[in-house]
Design a protein around this ligand. Structure first.
Ligand SMILES: [Zn+2]
Length: 488
């Protein structure tokens, strides 16, 4: 699905409006969650500048030795990011050596280094073998007063000198302000238009303090898009949780490059995370994102970086959090089993991940249990499975059930169906006397509860509505997985 044209032919452009031309529309099917696109939008035409080895080095826990930097650079290159940004070689002698080593790896990704807008730093950087320099200087009143103490005239003159020098070496050059959203708009547009005129490849907007919201981002990038013809790079900190939304909005407004880091690590609580950003973009244009990046490598990269900086991948992380594709409520489970798109906007298989339908709780439903019964190879009718489900829900109301417990209940229930002995086997061997009493009561209550039947009806209706509207399931729907889920 092409979100930037919604299947309609875009207005004619000269191919320069977005800095690097418009793409050809494809697949004209309209989806309600697709972005509102126009001729400015680069939602289907962007590049990632991966900054784990620059911004990420500023993360509180980060210390990357040379071997680890090489591993991370290779992993990012394997994933397919277009650029890898490295710490300034002017920072330390080891940083300079590491920069040279990574430049010599022969990666497909272009190697950039991030330096202050200063000739001393630029001279060191151009000798390392990098493909380009990202030069940066603070432009907000706060930074001009308390950080470098220079005026806009000084910034302009220095920028022109550094850009001229970098271009004379045949390297790519980006000029970025720092703390752009607290900078004076007239100052910003003025300096960007000056550097654009002398041939800078990209201008950069940086929400260094994480203060911007998506609408402010859209307005600023849209305004800048009208002032410069070159590419626009954006860098968003995540202090107020807007880093992914801001990146997306920037692309909608005509930005061309987005800075990311693995798991979002960086200064304070970091920047736009690579995984979350890719998830957002995949939903906007799956074909485009899949054609550019090897998504199945995401989890390994995150695990590598998480181990290197000694953190756990958060439970609610995009794509790779342990519950990112776990479905628990019975109403969800039934629909997911019928058609995964009912409750999944992303197919876990795109990332080599698997979905897990939770079947062992009081929220379970008979469809989830039915799948488990099938996995266990037991032959039971729907009405027998419903009866078994009532007992599992009753048991889950009085104690926590592990997967093995629920399997034991299913197996005991099955054996009792065909047992010729008078004594029924207890559903769980280790029930206490108190649990047995409470279970008997719960079982009786649940078997009379009309609500569970009502829920089944609702799910039936929802599933039918989705089916009637032509929402396709992810290909190869297998279902129900135990703790070690196995899906397409
Ligand atoms: Zn930053």
């Amino acid at each position: 699905m092409c979100p930037s044209c919604n299947g309609e032919v875009p207005p004619a452009t000269d191919g320069k409006v977005n800095g690097h031309g418009h793409h050809t529309p494809h697949n004209p099917r309209r989806q309600p969650f697709a972005s509102v696109g126009d001729y400015l939008s680069n939602v289907s035409n962007f590049k990632i500048i991966e900054s784990t080895l620059r911004e990420g080095e500023q993360f509180a826990n980060a210390f990357f030795d040379t071997d680890m930097k090489v591993k991370i650079a290779k992993a990012l290159d394997g994933f397919g990011v277009e650029y890898i940004e490295l710490t300034s070689p002017a920072s330390s002698e080891q940083s300079r050596k590491d920069c040279e080593i990574i430049c010599n790896l022969g990666l497909k990704a272009k190697i950039l280094t991030h330096v202050r807008c200063h000739m001393d730093d630029a001279r060191i950087a151009v000798e390392t073998g990098v493909d380009g320099l990202d030069i940066v200087i603070g432009t907000s009143p706060q930074l001009m007063q308390h950080s470098h103490g220079k005026s806009m005239d000084y910034i302009r003159d220095t920028a022109l000198e550094v850009i001229d020098f970098v271009k004379s070496k045949g390297l790519e050059c980006r000029f970025s302000s720092e703390d752009s959203f607290r900078s004076d708009l007239v100052d910003l547009l003025n300096i960007y238009s000056i550097v654009a005129k002398v041939g800078v490849n990209r201008v950069g907007i940086a929400d260094t303090i994480g203060c911007a919201n998506p609408r402010q981002v859209y307005d600023l990038v849209r305004t800048l898009r009208g002032v410069v013809q070159c590419d626009i790079e954006c860098h968003f900190h995540n202090d107020t949780g807007c880093s992914i939304a801001n990146a997306y909005c920037a692309l909608e407004a005509g930005a061309t490059h987005i800075d990311t880091s693995v798991l979002g690590i960086g200064e304070r609580n970091g920047i736009t995370p690579l995984g979350g950003f890719v998830a957002r973009m995949l939903v906007a244009d799956r074909d485009y994102v899949r054609s550019k990046y090897d998504l199945t490598k995401l989890k390994a990269i995150e695990d590598l970086v998480a181990a290197a900086v000694e953190i756990n991948v958060p439970f609610n992380n995009y794509i790779t959090g342990f519950c990112a594709f776990t479905h628990k409520a019975g109403i969800h489970a039934k629909a997911i089993l019928a058609n995964p798109t009912t409750y999944e906007i992303i197919n876990p298989a795109d990332f080599g991940m698997t979905r897990y339908v939770h079947f062992t709780s009081r929220l379970t439903g008979w469809n989830a249990i039915k799948s488990r019964v099938n996995q266990l190879g037991l032959d039971m009718t729907d009405s027998q499975i419903k009866s078994c489900t009532v007992r599992i829900k009753a048991m889950a109301d009085i104690r926590h059930l592990a997967i093995e417990d629920t399997d034991a209940i299913i197996n005991a229930f099955y054996e009792n169906l065909y047992s010729e002995q008078n004594d029924e086997k207890p559903l769980l061997e280790d029930m206490t006397a108190d649990e047995k009493i409470r279970f008997a009561q719960k079982e009786a209550e649940l078997s009379q509860e009309p609500e569970s039947q009502h829920l089944d009806q609702i799910v039936d209706q929802q599933t039918n509505v989705l089916a009637n509207h032509g929402v396709n399931g992810h290909e190869g729907v297998n279902v129900l997985n135990g703790e070690t889920a196995t899906e397409t």
